[in-house]
Design a protein around this ligand. Structure first.
Ligand SMILES: [Zn+2]
Length: 287
C-alpha cells in the first residue's frame, strides 16, 4: 500500500455500513471488523454505548431495540405521569415515569433526530451524586465550581463487580457509567439530592428505618406482613385444590394466587417488583 493509499484510507470517503451513504472521516465512526456507521445513523443508537465495541450485526440489533424504545416512549410512557428533575434545566435532567417503572434522560444539546431511550428501574445497579471542581488559576485560592450531577450505573452482563440487588436484571447494552450533568451554573446540588432520594425510594433503601415520630411498623415490615398473609391464604388454596381437584380453582382464586405471588416478590425486592411489573406491562403494549 503506497502512502497515497494510506492517506486515502484514513481521509478518503467510505460507505456507511447501515445507510450506504458516502461519508468523510469526520462524519463516520469505526465499529468492529473495519465497518463504519455514519453520524446520522448513529442517532439511532444509544448515546450511552460506545459503537466501536459492536459488530455490524450487533449494532443492527441494537438499532431495532432503540426503535422499539422510541415507540415505547412515544406511544405509552410519555402518556403517563412524569417527575422531572430539575424541571427547568440548563444541561441534562432525569424524567422519572414511576407508573411505567422507567426513566429517560433529557439533554438540552441533543440532536432532534436522536431516538428516545428508556431505562428500566430494575436494571439500575447504583446511583450517586458528583461535584466537579477545577484547580484555581492561582495557588492558595479555593477550587472553582465546574459542574454537578449524578452518576448512574446500569447492571451490565459484562460487569461482575456490581452487587446484585434483589429483583434486578442486566441491561442488554449499557456497560459504562452514565454521567448526567445537571448544571454548570449553580453550585447548589439540591437537584442531585432529589434524584438520589428518588432512586432510594424506588429501591426501598430507607424502608427499614422508622420515622422520628412513627411508632408503627416500617414499610419493610409492612411488606413482610403482607407477604406472610399472602402465603397463608395461598397455602389454604393449595390444600383445598389438592382435596377438591384443579376444577375447584376459580378465576377469582387464580387472581388471588397471582396477587399473593406479587406480595412475596414485593417483600423480597424491597418494593422494586412493583416497578418491574409496571415496566413489563408497558413493554407488552408495543410488542
Ligand atoms: Zn449511515
Amino acid at each position: 500500500m503506497g502512502l497515497g493509499d494510506f492517506f486515502k484510507n484514513i481521509f478518503g470517503k467510505k460507505n456507511c455500513d447501515f445507510c450506504g451513504e458516502q461519508v468523510g472521516m469526520m462524519s463516520r465512526n469505526k465499529i468492529k471488523n473495519d465497518a463504519f456507521i455514519c453520524n446520522k445513523c448513529k442517532y439511532n443508537c444509544s448515546k450511552y454505548i460506545r459503537v466501536s465495541r459492536f459488530t455490524k450485526e450487533e449494532l443492527a440489533g441494537h438499532i431495532e431495540y432503540m426503535k422499539r424504545q422510541d415507540r415505547l416512549y412515544k406511544e405509552v410512557v410519555s402518556e403517563t405521569k412524569v417527575y422531572t428533575v430539575p424541571s427547568a434545566f440548563d444541561q441534562q435532567a432525569i424524567a422519572f415515569y414511576d407508573e411505567c417503572g422507567m426513566f429517560r434522560i433529557f439533554d438540552r444539546h441533543e440532536n432532534k433526530d436522536q431516538l428516545v431511550e428508556l431505562f428500566r428501574y430494575d436494571q439500575v445497579a447504583s446511583w450517586e451524586k458528583y461535584l466537579e471542581e477545577t484547580q484555581p488559576a492561582e495557588a492558595g485560592k479555593p477550587k472553582e465550581f465546574k459542574e454537578y450531577g449524578v452518576k448512574i450505573k446500569m447492571l451490565s452482563k459484562m460487569d461482575t463487580t456490581s452487587e446484585l440487588k434483589p429483583g434486578t436484571m442486566p441491561h442488554p447494552y449499557i456497560v459504562d457509567e452514565m454521567k448526567i450533568c445537571l448544571s454548570k451554573k449553580t453550585d447548589k446540588p439540591d437537584y442531585a439530592d432529589n434524584i438520589v432520594f428518588h432512586f432510594d425510594h424506588i429501591f426501598g433503601v430507607n424502608d427499614n428505618k422508622k420515622g422520628l415520630l412513627s411508632f408503627g411498623p416500617t414499610t419493610a415490615q409492612k411488606r413482610q406482613g403482607e407477604a406472610y398473609k399472602a402465603m397463608g391464604s395461598m397455602l389454604v388454596t393449595a390444600v383445598k385444590t389438592a382435596k377438591n381437584g384443579e376444577e375447584s380453582l376459580t378465576e377469582e382464586k387464580i387472581a388471588q394466587l397471582k396477587e399473593g405471588m406479587n406480595k412475596i416478590d414485593d417483600a423480597q425486592t424491597n418494593g422494586l417488583a412493583v416497578y418491574t411489573r409496571r415496566a413489563n406491562e408497558a413493554e407488552a403494549k408495543i410488542q
